[in-house]
Structure formats: structure tokens, C-alpha cells
Design a protein around this ligand. Structure first.
Ligand SMILES: Nc1ncnc2c1ncn2[C@@H]1O[C@H](COP(=O)(O)OP(=O)(O)OP(=O)(O)O)[C@@H](O)[C@H]1O
Ligand SMILES: [Mg+2]
Length: 456
């Protein structure tokens, strides 16, 4: 169901709209512009119904912020008859339509339906075009699953706008590549792209790293130095692992984002900065907020548009494409090497869970290329953890289809298990027994029974 966000300070209006729409839409309500912006960050709606006159930030201010996002949902403005002039103002700021209060239920319903249909159609057209064109990359990002194509489309939409983007995803899913793609597709592409890894800089140096320092600001500050904010001027600043930012730096970052000014450590004068912020995290930032480790106000400032990168195991169909692309790259770099994978090798790659995501896949391919001396990469060239998952799977299938009987399958499995453990421990029986939780005597008996001897 489409999601509709209702922003109105009057409970009566919110509730009557909820009743009116709940059979066709998921309705989320907010009682102020600020609450509305937070709701937007948590889950982007397909349509917004917006009151213009509210205490605190007005509907017009809400609209102006929304317009910066690049991926803004259409907005229908709710206005009292007397303030039609304001409604016109709102349309100039990008509102799609307006209705006057008290509104006519049927007319409102039709407007909502039209806007939702239009938005759904527009997206469908883009999606179908991607599919028809067989789109499988954006910048250095590769992928042809619908999940990745959706990421590509979001990147393209948000790149044009100045909004802050929060890139979320497990380690190795391509967060840094996404940040670069956003920069490269943005109007700031000719400006610098400056990345800061917030997890790699000691707390004590973080502020000076971000904001710079004046000469003599602290013991080691022999010279004045500009920080990353200034270095990224007119370009993009990428704050990687933003969840690791120490709390004093969080406060200063919030101020920089709100007021667009910074102060060098030990400096007296505020300096205006013009940077676009992209941030990334592989942690649950919401949890960090709940636990008090990350400021809530900063979280909402940073998470204006979220981009969620799916882990590789949730888009396995991209594995062959990524593996082959990396194989080609390794081959080009080395000037020789295998040109393709055997079917078994690809199967093993497809079945693996990839806890380290694309980075792990690239490492596995690289290793295979180094080990393989033929023209094709086979299962045996892959890291053990990946290859063995495949062998166990084959064994399962053999038992299911009756090709191997139960006893034989169990001893083959035992054989695999023991051989892998022995390989890992360089055939040292004492260490192998320990690793498997067996006595050395038991290991020896099993090795004899299964005919396992050290290969030479
Ligand atoms: N969709 C993709 N297409 C091609 N290469 C990718 C893709 N996603 C990731 N990679 C590659 O995987 C590696 C890891 O990507 P990246 O450094 O962007 O991940 P990350 O999410 O920032 O990881 P971390 O959280 O560990 O910093 C890089 O070598 C990158 O080129
Ligand atoms: Mg990274």
C-alpha cells in the first residue's frame, strides 16, 4: 500500500484524514513540521498532506527542506480558504496541489489517487527502461538485481539535490563507491571529494581533523592547518563510519550542518563553509541514538535521505557478474591468468553466504587467480570455506536423490571434515584432534577407518 504522511497540528484533521484514507493507504501522522521531517527520514512516504499554518516551523519551511532532497514525494497543501495566496506560494516551492479547508472529501480522494498513480507510473517507466536496457552498472558500482538497480536510481535522484545522504550497509557492501557515485553525478563533481574515516582518527585529533586548527591551538599545533571541511569546500565531504564520531565532535558537526559555519580549533572567527555532506555507517545508528552514544538531533540532520545497501547474500544473482568482472580486472592487471570459472566454482560462489560481502568476493577471486595455473578457476582454487559449502551441498543432493546411501554419505562427510581440519593444522594430529574436540587416539582410529593419509 502507498504510504501517506499527514502533517498537521490539529488532532481532528489528522484523525479524519486517517479515517478517510486508511482503506487505501498506510497513513503516518506528524503534529509538526519537525516531526514530519523526522518521519520522512525514517520511512519515505509516497505522498504528503501538509498543513501550512503550524506552530514552530511552518509548512512552507517544511516544503523548502523537502525540495532539497531530490527524491521528494508530491505534496498536497491543506489550507484555510483565507490563505490561498500562501497556497500559491507553496506551489512555487514545489507543492503539487492544494485543497482548502474544510475540504471536500471526494475531491481530495481523487487528487490523492491521481498523484499516487502518477508517481507509481513514473517509477515504473524508469524501472522498465533499466530492465530493457539491461542496465548493470552505475559508475564503478556493478549489479543487475532489482535491489541494486533501485540503489542506482536513488543515487541518481539524490545526486542532483544538495541533501545530506546517509549510506547504510554491512561492511564491504560498497558504501564508499556509492558516496563517490553521488559526488560524481552531482553538480559538485568538479569540486573535491574528501573522505574522512571517523573510526580511524583518535578522539583527541578529530576536531582539528574536521575543522582545522590555528597555530598554537594545542601543543603539537606548530602551524595553522585547515580541516577537511574547508578542504572539501565547494565539493563533497564523506564522513565514513559516522557512528564512531566522539561526542564533542558530534556537537560541532551539528552546528556546522545547521549554520554552515565552522571554527578552527583555537580560532576566534566563524568561517563559512559550502560543502555537501555524505555519511556512511555499518552500524545500527538508531540503536546508537537510543543508547545515547549518538545525538538524536544530529542523526536527523544526517539521515535526510537514506540509501540502504543490501548485503550480497540478499542479491546472489549479482555474484556471477561481480566475480567475472573482478576476474577480468585481475587478469588485466597481471597480464595473464584464468579467463573464466567452471560451473562448479560459480555454484560454490553462488551458495556462499558472503559475510564480508563484495570485498570478500573480490578477495576470494583474487586468491583464486593467484593459485590457479590453468585457464579456468575451479572449486579447488577457491578458499576452503567457500568450496566446502559446495561439497556439503552436493553431498546433500546426492543423498536426497538416492545416488549415495546414508552410511556412505556420512562417512564421506566425515572424511571431508577431517581432511579440512588436517589441512588447516598441516597434518599435525595433536592439533587437529584438539581443533575437533577429539582425543588423538580417536582421530587416529577414524583416519585409519576412512583411509586418510598425509598427501605428499
Ligand atoms: N556493487 C559493486 N560493484 C563493484 N564493486 C563493488 C561493489 N560493491 C563493493 N565493491 C567493491 O568491494 C570493495 C568494498 O567496497 P567499499 O569499500 O565501498 O565497501 P564499504 O561498504 O565502504 O565497506 P566498509 O564498511 O568495510 O568500509 C571495494 O573494492 C569495492 O570496489
Ligand atoms: Mg568503507
Amino acid at each position: 500500500m502507498p504510504r501517506v504522511l499527514v502533517v498537521d497540528d490539529e488532532t481532528g484533521v489528522r484523525e479524519s484524514l486517517r479515517m478517510l484514507l486508511k482503506s487505501d493507504c498506510d497513513v503516518v501522522t506528524a503534529d509538526s513540521a519537525d516531526a514530519g521531517l523526522r518521519a520522512l527520514a525514517e520511512m519515505p512516504p509516497d505522498l504528503v498532506l501538509l498543513d501550512l499554518v503550524m506552530p514552530g516551523r511552518s509548512g512552507l519551511e517544511f516544503l523548502a527542506e523537502l525540495g532539497e532532497r531530490g527524491d521528494a514525494p508530491p505534496v498536497i497543501v491543506l489550507t484555510a480558504t483565507k490563505t490561498v495566496a500562501t497556497a500559491v506560494e507553496a506551489m512555487k516551492l514545489g507543492a503539487a496541489d492544494y485543497v482548502t479547508k474544510p475540504f471536500e472529501v471526494e475531491a481530495l480522494r481523487i487528487k490523492i489517487r491521481h498523484l499516487l498513480e502518477h508517481r507509481a507510473l513514473a517509477r515504473e517507466v524508469v524501472r522498465l527502461t533499466d530492465e530493457l536496457e539491461g542496465r548493470d552498472r552505475l559508475g564503478d558500482l556493478h549489479g543487475r538485481t532489482e535491489a541494486m538497480r533501485e540503489v542506482f536510481r536513488t543515487i541518481e535522484r539524490v545526486a542532483r539535490a544538495p541533501a545530506t545522504v546517509l549510506i547504510r550497509g554491512e561492511s564491504g557492501t560498497g558504501k564508499e563507491l556509492v558516496a563517490r557515485a553521488v559526488h560524481d553525478l552531482s553538480p559538485r563533481a568538479s569540486g573535491p571529494f574528501v573522505a574522512v574515516n571517523c573510526a580511524a582518527i583518535p578522539d583527541t585529533l578529530m576536531e582539528s581533523e574536521l575543522f582545522g586548527h590555528e597555530r598554537g591551538a594545542f601543543t603539537d599545533a606548530r602551524d595553522r592547518r585547515i580541516g577537511k571541511f574547508e578542504a572539501a569546500g565547494s565539493g563533497t565531504l564523506f564522513l565514513d563510519e559516522i557512528g564512531e564520531l566522539p561526542s564533542s565532535a558530534q556537537a560541532k558537526l551539528l552546528r556546522a550542518l545547521q549554520e554552515r559555519v565552522i571554527e578552527r580549533v583555537g580560532g576566534e572567527n566563524p568561517i563559512e563553509v559550502d560543502v555537501r555532506i555524505l555519511a556512511a555507517t555499518n552500524r545500527d545508528l538508531e540503536a546508537a541514538v537510543r543508547e545515547g552514544r549518538f545525538r538524536e538531533d544530529l542523526y536527523y540532520r544526517v539521515n535526510v535521505v537514506p540509501i540502504d545497501l543490501p548485503p550480497l547474500r540478499e542479491r546472489r544473482a549479482d555474484v556471477p557478474l561481480l566475480a567475472e568482472r573482478h576476474l577480468t580486472r585481475c587478469r588485466e592487471e597481471m597480464g595473464a591468468g584464468p579467463a573464466r570459472f567452471t560451473r562448479q566454482a560459480l555454484n560454490a560462489l553462488l551458495r556462499h553466504d558472503w559475510p564480508g560481502n563484495v570485498r570478500e568476493l573480490e578477495n576470494a577471486v583474487q586468491r583464486a587467480v593467484a593459485l590457479c595455473d590453468g585457464d579456468v578457476v575451479d572449486v579447488g582454487d577457491l578458499p576452503e570455506a567457500i568450496a566446502s559449502a559446495d561439497r556439503t551441498e552436493v553431498l546433500h543432493a546426492d543423498v536426497r536423490t538416492g545416488r549415495v546411501d546414508y552410511e556412505a554419505a556420512v562417512s564421506r562427510f566425515e572424511q571431508q571434515l577431517l581432511r579440512e581440519a588436517l589441512d588447516r593444522c598441516e597434518w599435525n594430529q595433536t592439533r587437529t584432534a584438539e581443533a575437533l574436540g577429539l582425543t588423538r587416539r580417536m582421530l587416529k582410529i577414524k583416519m585409519d577407518k576412512l583411509g586418510l593419509t598425509k598427501p605428499d
